[in-house]
Design a protein around this ligand. Structure first.
Ligand SMILES: NC(=O)c1ccc[n+]([C@@H]2O[C@H](COP(=O)([O-])OP(=O)(O)OC[C@H]3O[C@@H](n4cnc5c(N)ncnc54)[C@H](O)[C@@H]3O)[C@@H](O)[C@H]2O)c1
Length: 255
């Protein structure tokens, strides 16, 4: 049976670990050819070595517009087109608002918001030229809900949702679909590292789990399954949408 992404070329940012690596694994299992970007080339190459399909790996800081344009040109030169873009790379920047440095603010916006725009702008001409394409932005429940102490990350993620919805409508008549996934807590190194910053990591994990109606943290593969759907032609009528995956947490008003 052909895979759900058979014959498609997909570019995934932040693919070296976590949700991005899970998406790379699922996409390749569904028949996609992959272009994987990250800051960590060693981890990218280790991942690519374990994948069955064709993949191109490159170091690229998505905050750097020129580097992004060069990377996208290299992908187009290698594969001839880009059918799917997954804007996954992101960083946590959590600070007290009045103590947020200019550099923290700039880096947060540059990676979590502008990076997705740099990639999108670079791939759109090819997608529009063929009248087809799917862009999947990995946002967050921070794109519509606030946890005190997490500023300015939610500002950037709200913006990413705005970018998703705005561009979805601009390009809907031209065959390019743009959707977002909003994960809640997902078991990646970023989350486990954050849990380890607590005096009692086990108690911190138990508290997080108790807040989630399904009483567990999500798995990267669960986000990857959603990305496969949105990237595939199965989602042909789906654009400008956001798929929340948080074990029910954002539906709760209070206990
Ligand atoms: N894990 C969660 O609970 C969670 C929840 C909601 C949203 N998200 C979002 O999902 C995405 C992936 O999160 P994760 O938990 O897998 O993170 P992670 O930190 O485990 O992995 C992120 C990857 O992105 C890469 N990266 C970071 N900055 C980059 C840059 N400037 N250019 C290129 N690559 C860069 C890192 O090197 C890393 O390999 C992020 O956008 C994050 O905001 C994660």
């Amino acid at each position: 049976m052909p895979g759900r992404l058979q014959g498609k070329v997909a570019l995934v940012t932040g693919a070296a670990r976590g949700i991005g690596a899970a998406i790379a694994r699922k996409f390749t299992a569904e028949g996609a050819q992959l272009a994987l970007l990250d800051l960590d080339l060693q981890a990218l190459e280790a991942l690519a070595a374990g994948l069955e399909g064709t993949s191109l790996t490159a170091v690229c800081d998505i905050a750097e517009k020129t580097a992004v344009e060069e990377a996208v040109q290299a992908v187009l030169a290698r594969f001839g087109r880009i059918d799917v873009l997954v804007n996954n790379a992101g960083i946590n920047v959590f600070a007290d608002p009045l103590h947020t440095t200019d550099e923290e603010w700039r880096r947060c916006m540059a990676v979590n918001l502008e990076g997705a725009w740099h990639l999108t702008r670079a791939v759109l001409p090819d997608m529009l030229g063929r009248g087809a394409g799917s862009i999947v932005n990995i946002a967050s429940t921070h794109a519509f809900s606030i946890i005190p102490g997490c500023f300015p990350y939610p500002v950037a993620k709200h913006g990413l949702l705005g970018l998703t919805r705005s561009l979805a409508i601009e390009y809907a008549p031209k065959g390019v679909r743009i959707n977002a996934i909003a994960p809640g807590y997902i078991e990646t190194e970023k989350v486990t590292d954050w849990l380890e910053t607590h005096a009692d990591p086990a108690a911190a994990r138990a508290r997080v789990e108790s807040l989630i109606p399904v009483r567990r943290i999500g798995r990267p593969e669960e986000v990857a399954f959603a990305a496969v759907y949105l990237a595939s032609d199965e989602a042909g009528f789906c654009t400008g949408s956001v798929l929340t995956m948080d074990g029910g947490r954002s539906v709760v008003y209070h206990d």
